[in-house]
Design a protein around this ligand. Sequence first.
Ligand code: FES
Length: 632
Amino acid sequence: MEEGSGRVSTGTDGGCPRGPTGQNGERMGELRTTFISRGRRSSIEADASFLELARRVGLSLPSLCGGRGKCAKCKCRPQGPTTPFTPLELEMLTEAERDLGVRLGCQARPLGAVEVPIEEERLDKGDYGEVRVTPEPILRKVYLELTPAAMHDDLSDIERLRAHLGDGLGGDLATLRTLAPALRQADFRVTATLMATPRGGEELVSVEGGDTRGQAYGIAFDIGTTTVVGYLLDLATGAEIARASRLNGQQPWGADVLSRASHAMEQPEGGAELQAAIVGTINQIIEDCCAGVDVRQVYYLTVVGNSIMHHLLLRLSPGPIAVSPYVTVTRDPLTVRAADLGIALPNARVFFLPLIGAYVGADTLGVILATGMDQSDEMQLAVDIGTNGEMALGSRGKLLACSAPAGPAFEGAEIHQGMRASVGAIDRVRLAEDVRLWTIGDAPPRGICGSGLIDAVAQMLRRGLVDSRGRLLPRPHLEGKLPPKLLERLVGQGHTWEFVLSRDPYVAVTQDDVRQIQLAKGTIHCGVQVLMEELGIQASQIARVFLAGAFGNFIDRRSALAVGLLPPTIPLERIQGVGNAAGQGSRMALLSTSIRKRSETVARQVEYFELSKHPRFEEIFIDSLAFPTSQG
Ligand code: FES
């Protein structure tokens, strides 16, 4: 933890030691904030905003504006004494919210002992399904009963191991430091873990007391800009022992990769802060997954993620990715010690799958590996929709990939009442005589998430509330054409109409929201169209479409076609949600040496295409903005 960041405790809520005076003139010892997330309590004594305090205990309140009081995504309900409402809070919060004790986490601070519940989010990205990989572990464990050192037998500890394991055996300093106590505490009956090195040799990574040959674990990570998922697997059998997901701890520095890259580039400690934040999230996931598993027996991690997440975790400068001509520091596969990155696994190595390009990362590579596009004779399209839409199109022998900057609208950001997919988010909408809504957790609606918005806009197009240019039609235009209950839900005047989905609590889709969705879907559609032109194919030739990621998994495929996210001539039955295919690729690489080798071959073969270089880019983009006219 960084110096001066406060006293942190997790899991218990004990006494409150007294400390120095904070900036509000309160005793620091009285400023105890306890965050409650997934039944776990994390406390901190410090004088800072709740957004900052949450970050310091390794949790995240949503934030899109970096704590400047502009996005209202950091709303929380602290229970206990807090600072008065700031002018920004008076502006951003409704009276009803203020009466309920809702605060902006970036503005409010504790004035005593405060508890802050943190909403659970729907962080799963959906299941890809079973890992169909034959494990080929990268390591072997050997049980040894060694003769203890004696006056007449003065081999060094490592030589004693070499006598059984081969002359070439080496170990780094960290492993050598553990050797003497491990051997002597176990009376020289130990299990040595040997990991294959890239040069074909073996490296000693741990020596454990007793026979632990049955225990060898690895964790496959998918590091998303919003969500990080980890899968703990048994390296010998491939069985999944546990999985956990968390919001990426870099949220306070912005929802999109470029805000974070800017922070890393512009602030002297920016890169270090972001690296610590993502390592904090990884360590939490390890803690979540490893209940009942000895972390010393987690030997291997694999990581997929977009190129900026990859660079920030490795503490490489994201600068070259963020500015023209958009290149990475390295695209090569890398293996590093987990401990060197601050990851709380003493014996683990981390394998970073290679990147494809500056804006098509190892996550897209994971999707390709999982879906087997690189081995298919059919023309296939994979689209992983997050704040960037990363996509690949092609078949065995020729795959093209690109990135389309869709922006965060599909994650509920920059939407009037948008929210991420957590409890109370409207995630499904149907319009008949009146509106029918579904919310996550069947809770009263609090806002609308990406899949709900796509549904809402698709339904509004179908009922003629929105025209093909994206205009939300004024109520007078629709008199007599809509059932009265739907008509009554159009409120506003002049050019500022909105469609009310829920009156109490109030949730509406505004004209601006429709424009945001239009822009985002147009960007994805444009990417697909450009790739098709580059390969010289028609949409009807695409045999399968894989929609990957949380959004792709939860989106209604019919609605995706209705708004024109994909070319409307692709038959519905060819589109399939594949859940967290990137995470699946990471799992496959964790278990199999052959898959890791394949990942390197595929990364070299996939051609990265920069959309804006296409001669008809602007024309295609403008065409892609229109909503399809025939609604099914
Ligand atoms: S308003 Fe608080 S983080 Fe944006």
